[in-house]
Design a protein around this ligand. Structure first.
Ligand SMILES: Cc1cc2nc3c(=O)[nH]c(=O)nc-3n(C[C@H](O)[C@H](O)[C@H](O)COP(=O)(O)O)c2cc1C
Length: 174
């Protein structure tokens, strides 16, 4: 049986929502990357922007799960200035040696997602088995989104991940 860990950072809840759906659909453990300093409000936005632009690695809390104990690690980030959110950068710097098989996802307003996932892949040090992009608008209905479905089916194909897929959007109304 595959052990799967979904690791994510989320400042305003979109990436967390998707991470929870993925974890539920493929029976995975969930690890939230937690900031040591609050990041809310305009000051938090400003700090996030600067850290993303400068490629900084802020302090994060120690995680509860060890990625080396898992057969597959799924990493999720919001897009920040066409790049990876800085707390995810810190987590990957800490754990990249323990990541053999990874899949990646991001949420965004609509731009910079390919560049972000390319950078995330480079930070992981191994090619992603599958990649998923969801815009903020698509997040609330992501469980029935064909992109999420393809992402999970690809993981099932390449790593025999056991997935519980909900019906597709139009089938749900049939
Ligand atoms: C500092 C900052 C920079 C952002 N830069 C981008 C960007 O370059 N492209 C984009 O499409 N969205 C950008 N966004 C929007 C987020 O990617 C989007 O709202 C994402 O879903 C937030 O995820 P979260 O709710 O999990 O924090 C940015 C948001 C923040 C806070």
């Amino acid at each position: 049986m595959n052990r799967i860990l979904v690791v994510y950072y989320s400042r305003s809840g979109h990436t967390e929502f998707v991470a929870r759906q993925i974890a539920a659909l493929c029976h995975a453990d969930l690890e939230r990357i937690v900031d040591r300093r609050p990041r809310q409000g305009w000051l938090g936005y400003l700090r996030s922007s600067l850290e993303a632009i400068l490629g900084l690695r802020p302090d994060i809390e120690r995680g509860r799960h060890r990625p080396g104990d898992y057969d597959l690690v799924i990493v999720g980030t919001p897009v920040w200035f066409w790049g990876v959110a800085s707390p995810v950068r810190t987590w990957l710097h800490r754990h990249r040696g323990a990541l053999d098989h990874v899949a990646l996802f991001c949420t965004c307003g609509g731009s910079g997602h390919a560049r972000t996932l390319d950078a995330l892949e480079a930070m992981c040090g191994s090619p992603a088995l599958a990649r998923l992009v969801l815009t903020e608008r698509a997040v609330p209905q992501c469980q029935r989104d064909p992109a999420l479905r393809s992402f999970l089916l690809e993981l099932k194909r390449v790593r025999s991940v056991s997935v519980s897929l909900p019906p597709l959007q139009d089938q749900a109304h049939a």
